[in-house]
Write a protein that binds this ligand. Structure first.
Ligand code: FAS
Ligand code: PHB
Length: 396
């Protein structure tokens, strides 16, 4: 009989950033937890996703004891550029709101969390299948699953659904108890990762008539670029040469002149959507991260929202086990959603302002509104301040 547990205090479904960070924070608070993950650790680490960490997320990673490499290798940015009609406008985060962001790939953050979990000897079962949260409305929930060909069950006090947008936990809540809100955008992001020096010292968000582009980075020798592509675009239509040529077209000439090209080490297309589930709790099941909400990556909020959900859930579970109080757990969903909707608004707003929408109906009028709003905001200290305080993340 395998030595994996049959009971734990908190059963976490999903070993992405939300699940791993929650597991690490709970363990440091003396709360026993087990993580079940659908895929292999290698597969989880093969995903290239977020790149910008808010100061609040960095502080949480410090609390989790996993920020050493982040501080060594992460890139602290005091601002970023918005490029409109070929002109660069710097949003000076440091001057406007006295804070910076840290550029550090989600892959590296996930690796740090995985290594810390393994070093602490905490239980993570990878490549599980047929995960089923059961008895979530009672006080003795359990999770059935298949692992290494064996059907297993783990009983627990609480289940944390950190299994992403396509996971099973949200689907385990009776549909009539949930309200979902969704907005699907008529475009996606084609992302390319290459071992070439970044084109500029800070990120550049580009609004261009051919479509949005983003120049991001992972290190002084590794860059991450994105191009807006139509919804349903095929990756096969984007060989590296076509990608680089299109990126050049969307960059101001001075920036394009500094662009280093190189072979893609990863290239993928992500659809853009806004999505929120309410409430984020049902009985003893709590949803956190992408399992509960999705934002278009334009505002660099996805990963950071997962971290703030985890902060609230850790607090609620800590109060329950330390003081027997369920107040934090009872307030969890409402506290998360207040912050989530503000991030949804900012992400939708950045996306609406910077992307090219397929022309339909009064698109010409909307286009002019976009231009007027950007021109006003970028010319106003208050407008830049609003962008800055949302970009570094609103208070927890
Ligand atoms: P995740 O989806 O990362 O993790 C969920 C985990 O649960 C996965 O490992 C999955 O395998 C596992 N799982 C799923 N079903 C399961 C089951 N039934 N049983 C057990 N485990 C199960 N955010 C940004 O800020 N910037 C970006 O540029 C950006 N780009 C993105 C690109 C893509 C293609 C995607 C999908 C997301 C992107 N995001 C970005 C958002 C992303 O970073 C998420 O916010 C972040 O991964 C959230 O972490 P989790 O909530 O842990 O969800
Ligand atoms: C990234 O580096 O992957 C990145 C950065 C900022 C964003 C989105 C993605 O807004």
């Amino acid at each position: 009989m395998s030595d994996s547990p049959v009971r734990t205090q908190v059963l976490i479904v999903g070993a992405g950033p939300a699940g791993l960070l929650l597991g690490q924070l709970l363990a440091r608070a003396g709360i026993d937890n087990v993580i079940l993950e659908l895929r292999s650790a290698a597969h989880v680490l093969s995903r290239i996703r977020a790149g910008v960490l808010e100061p609040g997320t960095v502080a949480l990673l410090e609390e989790a004891g996993v920020a050493a490499r982040l501080h060594r290798e992460g890139l602290r940015h005091g601002g970023f550029e918005i490029c409109v009609d070929g002109a660069l406008h710097r949003i000076d985060l440091q001057a406007l709101v006295g804070q910076q962001v840290t550029v550090y790939g989600q892959t590296e953050l996930t690796r740090d969390l995985m290594e810390a979990r393994a070093a602490a000897g905490l239980s993570t079962l990878y490549e599980v299948d047929d995960v089923r949260p059961l008895e979530i409305e009672g006080t003795e929930p359990r999770v059935a699953f298949v692992h290494a060909g064996q059907r297993r069950e783990i009983r627990c006090d609480f289940i944390a659904g950190c299994d992403g947008f396509h996971g099973v936990c949200r689907a385990s809540i009776p549909a009539e108890r949930l309200r979902t809100y969704e907005k699907v955008y008529p475009f996606g992001w084609l992302g390319l990762l290459a071992d070439v020096p970044p084109v500029a010292p800070e990120l550049i968000y580009v609004r261009h008539e051919r479509g949005f582009a983003l120049c991001s980075q992972r290190s002084p020798t590794r860059s991450r670029y994105y191009l807006q592509v139509p919804a349903g675009a095929a990756l096969e239509a984007w060989p590296d040469s076509v990608f680089w040529a299109e990126l050049r077209r969307r960059l101001p000439s001075a920036v394009a002149a500094a662009l280093h090209e190189g072979p893609a080490i990863e290239k993928s297309i992500a659809p853009l959507r806004s999505f929120v589930t309410e409430p984020m709790r049902h009985g003893r099941l709590f949803l956190a991260g992408d399992a509960a909400h999705i934002v278009p990556p334009t505002g660099a909020k996805g990963l950071n929202l997962a971290a703030s959900d985890v902060a609230y859930l850790r607090q609620g579970l800590g109060d329950f086990y330390r003081r027997g109080s369920s107040a934090g757990l009872d307030a969890y969903s409402q506290r998360c959603l207040q912050r989530i909707w503000k991030a949804e608004r900012f992400s939708w707003w950045m996306t609406s302002l910077l992307h090219r929408f397929p022309s339909q109906g009064d698109a010409a009028f909307d286009q002019r509104l976009q231009e007027a709003e950007l021109a006003y905001l970028l010319s106003s200290a208050h407008g830049r301040g609003m962008i800055a305080e949302n970009y570094v993340g609103l208070p927890l």
